[in-house]
Ligand binder design. Sequence first.
Ligand SMILES: Cc1ncc(COP(=O)(O)O)c(C=O)c1O
Length: 408
Amino acid sequence: MRIWPTNPFENVLLTRGEGCRVWDEDGNAYLDLLAGCWCTVLGHGHPRLTEAVREQTTELIHAGPPFLSDRIHQATGKLAEILPPALDRAVFLNTGSEAVELALKMARAATGADAIVAIARSYYGATTYALSLSEAGRAVGWLPPVGSAVRIPAPDCRNCPAGENWPCNEFPCLDPLRELAERKDRTVAAVIFEPVLANAGVIVPPIGYGSRLRALAAELDALFIAEEVTTGMGRTGRWFGFDHEEIVPDIVVIGKAIGAGFPVAAVVTTAEVEARCAGGLTHVQSHQNDPFSGRLAATVVSILQEEGLVERAASAGDYLLSGLKALQSRQTCIAEVRGRGLMVGIELQPAWSSRGTTVAQRLLQSGFIVNYQPHNTAFRLLPPYVISTPQMDEFLEAFETVLSSLSE
Ligand SMILES: Cc1ncc(COP(=O)(O)O)c(C=O)c1O
């Protein structure tokens, strides 16, 4: 038997990891600037996480949907420390996709409406509903859309269709939603908002965009879902992407970082949303609210708090961004460097679009794992929060060497 390549694989066989590095079967080391799939925010082998896993596998891994555990209560307690007080109803799941799916179901059950407002070029997950709202899903001809979707343009200020200057105050990209709110001829269940658009080559909306979107959701009587699968748990230098503005969402979707490499996700909402769903929503999954997930989530929040890693994501992000901006001043192939916290995008000039893949391959051969999206002409860097300054310098130097070698 072999693995069916439902996605392309690198020709590297990984055998172990430590901190921000992983090693292949031949002993070659790689600095992982992606934290796997943006998940291993504590790096590999964090001693407290490893110990919690060891203990919990002995204590109790799985209980079954009808049973709660002390561990799941501890996890809700830890989430309450980092979320606005109104958000006090949680469900723990395993993946971001599942959590998005549940959030969408909640919104439809609570409002009785079926349309979802989604931002173009976003990715919300691989399950049917999440994928049908995603840009990636639109290319899948055999996948029927689930319910109706209203797509609004991405807040991509560099390529603003209205030609607004940065920083923008008017957000013409929200005009379709303003018109919808004025007409009120469609019932909308939710507006789903990813505070930094990971899939669109790390688009960072200006501060103010999220609040404006939240206000429009309220005008539409729709729920506001903060889709924090990638941006949540410190990635942007604050606990959540919405924390950069004064927003309290109706539903928050959390994934990736909350498990630090293990599959843990959560949907958190308000008592009001729960009450509005009364009698209309049942959701049961094998690993829902597992004690093991609870232990992991509580441990990850504690480690992030006690080791100051959210602040570390902010300062490391600043360092990486300023290093890349310095590089941009020397390497004219870089069109833009952007990011918030440790969520960084590097866009190449259009003439370099086909060379980006070669850059990523050469970096891999030199021991650096990055992601390049040819359709956005952009690299994405989402390293573990524990990445050190010398490791970032190592990458900056290697990146410059590769860019220079291809410029000649
Ligand atoms: C913004 C966003 N939402 C949802 C998902 C889906 O999460 P998962 O792959 O854990 O199902 C992803 C995955 O990359 C993501 O980036």
